[in-house]
Design a protein around this ligand. Sequence first.
Ligand SMILES: Cc1ncc(COP(=O)(O)O)c(C=O)c1O
Length: 406
Amino acid sequence: MDVEKIRGDFPVLKEKLKGKPIVYLDNACMSLRPARVVEAMNEYYFKYPGCAGRSIHKFGEMVSEHYEAARNRIAKFIGAKEKKEIVFTRNTTEGINLVANTFDFKSGDVVITSDREHNSNLLPWQLAAKRKGVKHEIVFSAPDMTFDLAEFECKVKTAGDKLKLVAIVHTSNLDGYTIPIKEVIEIAHNAGAVVLVDGAQSVPHKKVDVRKLGIDFLAFSGHKMLGPSGIGALYGRYDVLEKLGSFMVGGDTVKDTTYDEHTELPPPEKFEAGLQNYASAMGLAAAAEYLEKIGLDKVEKHDTKLNEIITNGIKDIKGMSIIGPADPKLRSGIISFNIKGMFPHDIAIMLDDVANIMVRSGAHCMHSWFNAHAIRGSVRASLYLYNTQKEAELFIEKLKEISQLA
Ligand SMILES: Cc1ncc(COP(=O)(O)O)c(C=O)c1O
């Protein structure tokens, strides 16, 4: 992978702040965008700025064609069988809420999640518990912070035929750990349950093939995979997608209406209410194309290689504790840590201040995990394809200097 060439595709990386280059290590929150993604969005605004699926004039036809081509590109990117299995959403959060709100739950049905869920895959199930009487079970990680398959199997057995859905994070935004998704899906399917995968951190960084893995639902966001913000996708295997009830309704979700009734369209239209974020759909498709050209296997290897360099470089800093499995190979491109005697926000501010090193600090929308472990938060550095070994080394050097202040 030619990282220098890749960097040339990202205009913001040519910028300097206070005379110094930018070291962007907050990719788990939001990735940067290559020029091609912004160009694809501009093409919509400059060349065919109409609405899809309605107007029969040329702009209408052009945007419909490009919008469906974008859907097709995303379907291919994740190995879906048909483009009609892709619902455009605003983000991962909306995809998960869509399923949580429309799945045909009965009181007493069980949903299993893990102890390492982002709020976006926790709160929807807490609400489902309150509103629909769903029982929400949590699988706790093993002491070494890997996924406890035995504990999961035990929870599945206990739930019996009440288990309807396993809603689980694939790669954690807390520590970068990726669960053994194939095994989890096999166990869930053998128990007759459907699996919803939170792919917000996996889809941008590794090849996720929904059919090879047997995923029923997959939610992910554009802005973490070089795409625009405000767009994401929910994949649903068509037979399970068809069983969901209505979510948001209105223009474009129906075939016909009277003052009293309406006839809804099938998915995906049924779930895409109102005029859509066409420009961002084009941008997302361009991002998927860009990643495919580079190769997600190469991206994954690159992330892990830099994580190994950083982990080895910082692990002996006095008072250092890294969250997650000790082996960086198990933590993809994320290093989440604390230094005893220092506040995460202070470390983040100093890294930004001394060398434009941008990291995230706080609870990373995982307050539940931090509260359960009585930890206030962490500093999180997260890598992507445009990060360099030189940047990793600068991060180590500056963190070592800052740690002297503890
Ligand atoms: C694992 C995980 N799930 C869900 C989300 C929510 O994504 P979004 O805010 O794009 O909906 C995030 C965002 O950081 C995440 O990391």
